[in-house]
Design a protein around this ligand. Structure first.
Ligand SMILES: Cc1cc2nc3c(=O)[nH]c(=O)nc-3n(C[C@H](O)[C@H](O)[C@H](O)COP(=O)(O)OP(=O)(O)OC[C@H]3O[C@@H](n4cnc5c(N)ncnc54)[C@H](O)[C@@H]3O)c2cc1C
Length: 338
């Protein structure tokens, strides 16, 4: 059977990259996303006084295809290099960020794609020759394919699941139990993230990756290119390491903010910082893959079932891997057609 209509579950970079490749090849693709916007963990929190990249901090580019895409976005000023001042010299490998927030990388990839937001896929069901999607929100109205005057856009020739491992498991379990088991064995670890705006502190440091204490990473968000600059304010993102996050998983946000801000003071070597705005905390339940576990291949594709899986959870929790994974499953689908 020729695959013409594909549903992608999840509008993170993996799902969007898959959808873009397939759409460009002429397939009819719909991306279903449970959140309001695209990007998943490539996220930017916008408030009146600042923006904060509270998920992905920066990314590297090693694969030529990914670098090619990034070079194109650099020419459009959507991506820039970022070399923060750190206590240790920066690695030789360039660090890239998207402008004016990390979310812009996903938005670039989503341009002109058919993305249905606020729609959580609760199940995928095989109906003999096609996939039928079920949605959590019973009231969700999915547009009908009036042009073709055929089935509503909830039936598809193929489905690609592009969500964090834990969220993929219930969707895959009834159809490919062994995939579900493999993904269930690879937990994505949680991460508490704190966002602060403060009066300027007497430190020139702009980012750090402490080897001890609660913090895994911290950065002055306003040191990234194309972020709003204010000489009376500095904007900080503090990310706890997974051990500390697991120990404080259900802690009050106020406690998390207090503890991580105290730890940041020690990193900066300053006695105090004066908050200019309410501090915020965000808990990522599924942030990054447990390091050191075996990879499952760039993506999974089952030709008879016309079912695929992509995302960073299969290999490494890096932006580049999400891109390559989405592209890989799209190539498998396109190979079916040739
Ligand atoms: C705190 C943090 C820091 C990070 N730092 C870095 C870094 O510095 N450098 C780096 O390279 N990488 C970093 N990463 C990892 C990077 O963000 C990920 O590897 C990448 O964004 C994963 O993309 P993805 O498309 O696979 O998944 P996601 O971005 O998680 O996208 C999955 C999407 O699926 C949606 N979804 C889930 N379930 C459903 C459902 N049932 N129905 C519909 N939609 C659904 C979600 O809302 C989400 O939008 C970080 C991640 C976090 C959380």
């Amino acid at each position: 059977m020729t695959i013409k209509r594909v549903a992608v579950v999840g509008a993170g970079l993996a799902g969007l990259t898959c959808a873009r490749e397939l759409t460009q090849a002429g397939l009819d693709v719909i991306v279903f996303e449970k959140s309001r916007g695209v990007g998943g963990r490539l996220s930017t929190r916008r408030v009146d006084w600042a923006t904060f990249d509270h998920g992905t901090q920066y990314f590297t580019a090693r694969d030529p295809v990914f670098m090619d895409w990034i070079s194109g976005l650099m020419a459009l000023d959507i991506v820039s290099q970022w070399s923060p001042v750190m206590s240790k010299p920066n690695p030789a490998e360039p660090w890239y960020v998207a402008n004016p927030g990390m979310n812009s990388l996903a938005r670039a990839q989503a341009k002109d794609l058919n993305v249905v937001p606020n729609t959580r896929v609760s199940a995928i069901q095989w109906q003999g020759s096609q996939w039928q999607l079920a949605f959590e929100e019973a009231a969700t109205e999915i547009a009908h394919d009036t042009a073709a005057d055929t089935a509503p856009e909830t039936t598809f020739d193929a489905v690609v699941v592009a969500v964090p491992n834990e969220q993929a498991v219930p969707l895959l379990q009834p159809h490919r139990a062994e995939w579900a088991a493999s993904l269930a064995a690879i937990a994505l670890l949680p991460c508490w993230t704190v966002m602060l705006s403060t009066e300027p502190v007497a430190s020139t440091l702009q980012a750090g990756q402490p080897k001890s204490g609660p913090i895994g990473w911290w950065a002055r968000n306003d040191s990234k290119p194309d972020r709003s600059k204010n000489e009376r304010q500095q904007d900080w993102v503090i990310q706890a390491n997974s051990t500390w996050t697991e120990q404080h998983l259900n802690a009050d946000k106020a406690v998390v903010i207090g503890e991580l801000q105290k730890a940041l003071l020690a990193q900066l070597g300053v006695a105090q910082m004066v908050n200019t705005q309410t501090a915020m905390a965000h808990r990522w339940l599924y942030a990054r893959r447990t390091p050191g576990l075996a990879t499952l291949g760039l993506s999974l594709w089952h030709a008879q079932q016309r079912l695929g899986v992509c995302g960073d959870g299969l290999t490494h929790s890096r932006v580049e891997q999400a891109f390559l994974s989405g592209r890989d499953v799209a190539m498998s689908i396109l190979n079916e057609r040739s």
